[in-house]
Design a protein around this ligand. Structure first.
Ligand code: GAR
Length: 203
């Protein structure tokens, strides 16, 4: 069984979609811990409801970003996590230890078709640019802002959306499906890198 460590800063609908997929037996995985940097994150309520251990690790309690990151890394290690799942975690990974401790084992979901519209306002940026097709991307995380190697993408037709909110909602539905299907891939096979290309082999 794949041991997941989820890191979320906010609402946690992707976190909930993973919880549901595990409870419905669609995913042979277990969420060992929710780590959050935000004491007001609604994700905390979700974890409580499903008896998932919660670790609140706040930036303000650490002298440096590296010390903060290394506390999160050591917490993940203490739960023997196989796969680190960022679900609405709005910070860059600053310590190099992330990548030595969890090589090609940290994933993130982003609400746009990367490399278009990286950053924290992807849906707004796509809507205002006027693109007709956007979508979502699951990628391995590196030290950059949404720059890591792409694992999977799903396109979403946003040509009928009249607001940024509508774009967000329409893409979020697909994020939930995509994230679940990528985590499932980790339970059934392995990934390797060929340059920037992510190659998957099923067991
Ligand atoms: C999601 O749309 C996710 O793709 C986005 O934050 C939202 C979190 O929603 N992440 C990023 O923009 C990362 N650059 P959720 O808390 O309901 O899962």
């Amino acid at each position: 069984m794949l041991k997941l460590g989820v890191i979320a800063s906010g609402h946690g609908s992707n976190f909930q979609a993973i919880i549901n997929a595990i409870e419905n037996k669609e995913l042979d995985a277990k969420i060992e811990v929710l780590i959050t940097d935000n004491p007001d994150a609604y994700s905390i309520q979700r974890a409580k409801k499903h008896s998932i251990p919660i670790e609140l690790i706040e930036r303000k309690n650490f002298p440096t970003r590296i010390a903060f990151d290394e506390k999160i890394i050591s917490t993940l290690k203490s739960y023997s996590i196989d796969l680190v799942v960022l679900a609405g975690y709005m910070r860059l990974l600053k310590s190099q230890k992330w990548f030595s401790e969890f090589p090609i084992r940290i994933i993130n979901i982003h609400p746009a078709l990367l490399p278009s519209f990286p950053g924290t306002h992807a849906q707004k940026d796509a809507f205002e640019y006027g693109v007709k097709i956007s979508g979502c991307t699951v990628h391995f995380v590196d030290e950059g802002l949404d720059t890591g190697p792409i694992i999977a993408q799903r396109s979403v037709d946003i040509s009928d959306c009249v607001s940024e909110e509508e774009v967000k909602k329409k893409i979020l539905v697909q994020e939930h499906h995509l994230y679940k299907s990528v985590i499932k891939m980790f339970t059934k096979g392995s990934f390797r890198m060929e340059g920037r290309r992510v190659v998957y082999t099923q067991d």
